[in-house]
Design a binder for this molecule. Structure first.
Ligand SMILES: Cc1cc2nc3c(=O)[nH]c(=O)nc-3n(C[C@H](O)[C@H](O)[C@H](O)COP(=O)(O)OP(=O)(O)OC[C@H]3O[C@@H](n4cnc5c(N)ncnc54)[C@H](O)[C@@H]3O)c2cc1C
Length: 416
């Protein structure tokens, strides 16, 4: 017999994945608690891509990211390291091609909005409770318990591990005690006001097309620039071999907060043209970050008993296809879809298995395609075809529809 009793869902980690799951589960009518190690008082992060597949999910949950300053991605321009224009692509209307727009959004603005949607008084269902400063030590998949570093613990009906690339909850999945490793690349990240770039006669040429992502490439070094915050800021991701900036990272932990050294960044890109170096000179010394890009072996499973992992905890992404946030968002909606209000507690392990069935192949496929892109996809016409196939696979997907269909088949197979 089904019951309309809400499930008590414990979420480890309040990043983009954990918050999306919380919003979707709250809207489904469940009691949700989120446990986050930080105090969220020093929110950082530059900008992230929200491709049509992720935007579709967010729209379903009630968020149009253009309302929080997201910029539509309209095309890209490629330049050589010498600053010579190579080619430009216009993407046309993403909404017409892929069903939803493709946006570029300031990560902190997105995070604040998701937090409000998950925990604020407005919206469907009971607000999720957010507990800050709670660092998880261990998740018990048998009893659905979270054990914290401060010695306290809590029991729910199920645990969702959304605790990022250095996940502790992942370790409770057999074979999941994996250590992230250096992918070989790091990225400096910074934001520059677009008005500053436009006012400089050397760099003005690079910001002449609204909504365009611009890249300068030479071998393993690449500068990527794209707009966010209503187009008022340009986000820079400056990719380079990790050994060249290794000493700037206190350890190789992939921390998002490590401060970068501007002189070192300019030295690493010294073979690039003066007009390109001028862009790097505009980085603000105080807020320049350097970020080691970490990878992880494929997880043998995303689920064990009453525990499921999602987002970077399950499949940390390299940034080459802009799908890190998107796949965490898809995981979140999938979990809420397979756990509608009325799900009996006894069915939780099998529903989590269903979540894994919905998500495992897709997330791992995109993860491995992303590695291929990072190794030089786009450098030849064969790569270009590959890249377009990857984009189509990523963008032409509605995880809500997919998970709903999987749940329907599952219920039919168990005679419900
Ligand atoms: C501060 C920060 C800045 C980022 N900046 C960018 C960016 O500029 N561009 C980009 O593309 N991507 C960025 N990312 C990564 C991107 O947001 C994620 O890859 C993606 O959104 C997947 O989200 P996630 O929720 O799975 O993981 P994350 O966003 O990493 O969230 C995990 C959350 O879990 C918390 N957590 C970790 N361990 C514990 C623990 N033991 N107990 C309790 N809580 C824990 C973390 O504090 C964090 O809030 C950033 C991530 C963070 C945390």
């Amino acid at each position: 017999m089904t019951t309309e009793t809400p499930l008590h869902v414990l979420i480890a980690g309040g990043g983009i994945g954990g918050l999306t799951a919380a919003i979707a589960l709250r809207q489904a009518g469940h009691d949700v608690e989120i446990f986050e190690q930080s105090s969220f008082s020093h929110e950082t992060g530059a900008a992230v891509h929200l491709a049509p597949n992720s935007n579709g999910v967010l729209r379903r949950l009630g968020l149009k990211v253009e309302d929080i300053g997201a910029v539509e991605c309209l095309g890209n321009d490629d330049y050589s390291a010498e600053g010579e224009f190579l080619e430009s692509n216009d993407y046309g209307c993403s909404e017409e091609t892929w069903g939803h727009p493709w946006h570029l959004v300031h990560r902190v603005a997105l995070h604040i909005t998701l937090r409000r949607m998950a925990t604020g008084p407005e919206g469907q269902g009971q607000p999720a409770q957010l507990h800050l400063g709670k660092r998880i030590k261990y998740a018990d998949p048998d009893s659905a318990r979270l054990i914290f570093q401060d010695g306290t613990e809590i029991q729910g009906d199920l645990v969702l591990g959304a605790d990022g690339v250095h996940s502790h909850t992942r370790k409770s999945i057999p074979g999941g005690d994996l250590t992230p490793f250096d992918s070989g690349k790091s990225a400096y990240r910074f934001l520059v006001p677009t008005s500053q770039l436009a006012a400089n006669p050397v760099t003005a040429q690079y910001v002449s097309k609204p909504g365009h992502e611009v890249m300068w490439t030479k071998g393993s070094k690449k500068i990527v620039m794209y707009p966010c915050k209503g187009g008022s800021l340009m986000n820079f991701v400056v990719l380079h071999p990790s050994h060249e900036s290794a000493h700037e990272l206190a350890d190789s932990s992939g921390a998002y907060q490590a401060t970068g050294n501007k002189d070192k960044m300019i030295q690493i890109f010294s073979e690039f043209a003066p007009s390109v170096i001028e862009l790097l000179r505009m980085a603000d010394d105080q807020s320049l970050k350097v970020w080691n890009l970490l990878d992880l072996e494929k997880m043998p499973a995303f689920v064990h008993k009453k525990l499921a992992v999602l987002g970077d905890a399950a499949h940390p992404f390299l940034p080459y296809q802009g799908q890190g946030a998107g796949q965490a968002i898809e995981d979140g909606i999938s979990l809420a879809t397979v756990l509608p209000l009325g799900t009996p507690k006894a069915a939780i392990p099998e529903r989590l298995q269903l979540y894994e069935k919905c998500r495992y192949e897709r997330a791992n496929t995109i993860q491995s395609n992303t590695r291929i892109t990072g190794e030089g996809g786009g450098a030849s016409s064969a790569d270009e075809t590959n890249f377009m196939n990857f984009i189509d696979y990523n963008f032409r997907h509605d995880e809500f529809v997919h998970s709903t269909e999987q749940l329907r088949k599952h219920l039919a197979s168990v005679g419900k």
